[in-house]
Design a protein around this ligand. Structure first.
Ligand code: 3PG
Length: 305
């Protein structure tokens, strides 16, 4: 049984060592394709593998087509918008993610980004404090609930909107559940985004929601750039000279935002929410274990297709 780890953005060495140990102890062969720059190298590397582990690497229909023996692909991470699920299903390939494994790393980055923006991206001058401000969690999943807990630690007043989580479950964490996104954006000084990128959510955060935010508000995006309607973000930030935007992955209009908005805008150059040794180890080892369990016992927990 051959397993390939194909990571354009590689895991920490300790994570790769752990993946090797798990797969080799199960009697599988491990192959590595790291930091590839040409997708044709990916096509070649998947040609004869049975299992595939990726991060944000795009597993397109062409990759699936090149992987004639593939039976399972695991996205070591939460968001699986990089997997062509229809192509996997058409070939009977099981697709999984590793929910929750890298959430703490992402939540800590979201918190760090709030501090960074509150302090004028560390430029000289008077900033503001998070204590006493309203924090809105847009989607109360694994990352959202950790950001909520950190926000409470800062002394923030925490709200959440998530139509898929019961209000009473949100309330148990001392977080106020709101029933619409409009209410969340209308109330909160900081909104931290944790929605997945789907056909429904892409470009769903635009003028209507952002223009409702209170004076001096900041949108924190550690989710996906695709959920933002970038033209409308630009328009609202031009009209509302108090609004701020911070993103973990450069938007398509990064250069324009950077030039126009100075300390009101910041983006990491490359997505780094899950870039901690701990997150790499948690997600990488979970992916390897899920593959071994799938082949040994038929375990399909975490299947997403
Ligand atoms: C995720 O969806 O798990 C995060 O966005 C992490 O993505 P990465 O593995 O590309 O860092």
């Amino acid at each position: 049984m051959k397993t390939l780890v194909a990571t354009e953005k590689p895991f920490a060495k300790t994570a790769v060592d752990g993946i090797r140990k798990i797969t080799e102890e199960a009697g599988f062969e491990l192959h590595l394709l790291e930091k590839y720059t040409d997708v044709s190298d990916f096509y070649k590397a998947v040609a004869d593998v049975d299992a595939l582990i990726v991060r944000s690497d795009k597993v397109t229909a062409a990759v699936i087509d090149a992987a004639k023996n593939l039976k399972i692909v695991v996205r070591a991470g939460a968001g699986y918008d990089n997997l062509d699920l229809a192509a996997c299903t058409a070939r009977g390939i099981v697709a999984m993610n590793t929910p929750g494994q890298n959430s703490n790393a992402v939540a800590e980055l979201a918190a760090g980004m709030m501090v960074y923006m509150a302090r004028n991206t560390f430029r000289p001058g008077t900033g503001s404090e998070l204590k006493g401000k309203k924090l809105g969690i847009h989607a109360y999943g694994n990352v959202g609930r950790l950001v909520a807990a950190i926000g409470k630690g800062f002394g923030m007043d925490v709200y959440a909107f998530d139509p898929f989580v019961k209000a009473e479950d949100i309330a148990k964490d001392g977080v106020k559940a709101l029933s619409t996104a409009d209410e969340l954006y209308g109330a909160c000084h900081y909104v931290s985004l944790h929605i997945p990128a789907t056909e429904k959510t892409k470009k769903s955060i635009g003028y209507d929601l952002l223009s409702k935010m209170p004076e001096g508000a900041c949108l924190v995006n550690t989710a996906r750039k695709e959920v933002i309607y970038e033209d409308e973000l630009l328009r609202v930030m031009e009209e509302r000279t108090d609004l701020k935007y911070v993103s973990d992955i450069a938007p398509d209009n990064h250069a324009v935002l950077q030039e126009k908005f100075g300390a009101r805008y910041f983006s990491t150059p490359k997505k780094m929410g899950a870039e901690t040794a701990e997150a790499n180890i948690n997600a990488g080892l979970a992916a390897a274990t899920q593959i071994v369990n799938f082949f040994k016992t038929g375990d399909r927990r975490f299947q997403v297709n």
